[in-house]
Design a protein around this ligand. Structure first.
Ligand code: NAD
Ligand code: LMR
Length: 338
């Protein structure tokens, strides 16, 4: 999300930024041979801000890396496979993206993935704490509402936790809200912006269509309710359409690449980089919450507030708190007792 320039000082910062050379940046993808990992590897290989791309998985990465490495873009792609290569894969990373773990099948909730994915995330974060404790971590693995608190606990135990550097990737909710809103409001999709707050599962996903730009006065309350429900159920829509062959991969790779690009731009000092993300937060009484976040040289520069909410959104916010709280507590409990 890029708000319009507001002041001369912003203009000046922008000019200073554009004249500076971008430093070398290493990005690691953990789970790089998977349904998300492969197209995400492609998109990160194409990103001009990436100089080194580390592709790690428990299997299949030699092939993905060989394939990717033939693309004539500057990033050097290298594959790493199995526990004993994880350290080397991570060493020196500026951004680590984690799409490792199992996806949903029809009839499952994201929380049904907890038993398998919690352990995977915990092990990977333990390695991050050891090999690249200063990296920005972009958590894609579900259930995000719990895997981010797990990562935070792992980093706390290792003494490396920096709340500015841990992000739950909720960009796909924003991508969906933008697409669905543009279709319904009849506005150009590439001009649309919609903040999505809360978490990343069912009713914890709260799109703020009252703040959508460009504003539309052609949408009824019923339209807004339907758009909200479709955004909340977007993942399930894909899971059902794929009929047992996994969940969103292509749209997620796109969303993951957008978010990682924003992290890299922030690290490089670009001004006014704002994206929604699930981070440690004081925006509500919950310790983790997704909202607009300003990204900078150290990761989170500022967690932005919710702005003005409609009555419908206020109701949605109160409704989501119970589920989000218990998902957070479940993650913390797992990490503390394992
Ligand atoms: P997938 O099964 O296609 O790929 C997962 C990959 O993770 C596989 O290649 C597997 O080998 C690898 N993996 C498993 N254990 C690993 C470990 N210990 N270390 C490294 N890699 C490991 O699944 P997918 O479709 O790519 O989805 C991955 C995850 O992303 C799922 O949990 C899914 O629910 C989640 N997801 C999140 C969002 C979001 O918006 N945050 C969107 C879509 C999917
Ligand atoms: C999504 O929103 O597409 C992901 O969280 C995957 C899922 O299980 O729905």
């Amino acid at each position: 999300m890029r708000p319009m320039l507001k002041s001369a000082s912003q203009l000046l910062r922008r000019r200073n930024y554009s004249s500076a050379a971008n430093p070398e940046r290493k990005v690691a993808i953990l789970g790089a041979a998977g349904g998300i990992g492969q197209p995400l590897a492609l998109l990160m290989k194409l990103n001009p801000l990436v100089s080194s791309l580390s592709l790690y998985d428990i299997a299949g990465t030699p092939g993905v890396a060989a394939d990717c490495s033939h693309i004539n873009s500057p990033a050097l792609a290298k594959g790493f496979m199995g526990d004993d290569q994880l350290g080397e894969a991570l060493e020196g990373s500026d951004v680590v993206i984690i799409p490792a773990g199992v996806p949903r099948k029809p009839g499952m909730t994201r929380d049904d993935l907890f038993n398998i994915n919690a352990g995977i995330v915990k092990a990977l974060c333990t390695a991050i704490a050891k090999h690249c404790p200063n990296a920005l971590v972009n958590m894609i693995s579900n259930p995000v509402n719990s895997t981010v608190p797990i990562a935070a606990e792992v980093f706390k135990k290792a003494g490396t936790y920096d709340e500015k550097k841990l992000f739950g990737v909720t960009t796909l909710d924003v991508v969906r809200a933008r697409t669905f809103y543009a279709g319904k409001a009849g506005v150009p999709v590439n001009e649309v912006n919609v903040p999505v707050v809360g978490g990343h599962a069912g009713i914890t996903i709260l799109p703020l269509f009252s703040q959508a730009t460009p504003a539309s006065n052609s949408l009824s309350d019923e339209d807004i309710k339907a758009l909200t429900k479709r955004t909340q159920d977007g993942g399930t829509e894909v899971v059902e359409a794929k009929a047992g062959k996994g969940s969103a991969t292509l749209s997620m790779a796109y969303a993951g690449a957008v978010f990682a690009d924003a992290c890299l731009k922030g690290l490089n000092g670009a001004p006014d980089i704002v994206e929604c993300s699930y981070v440690q937060s004081t925006v509500t009484e919950l310790p983790f919450f997704a909202s607009k976040v300003r990204l900078g040289k150290n990761g989170v520069e500022e967690v932005l507030g919710l702005g003005e909410l409609s009555a419908f959104e206020k109701e949605g916010l109160e409704k989501l708190k119970g589920e989000l709280k218990s998902s957070i507590e479940k993650g913390i409990k797992f990490a503390q007792s394992n």
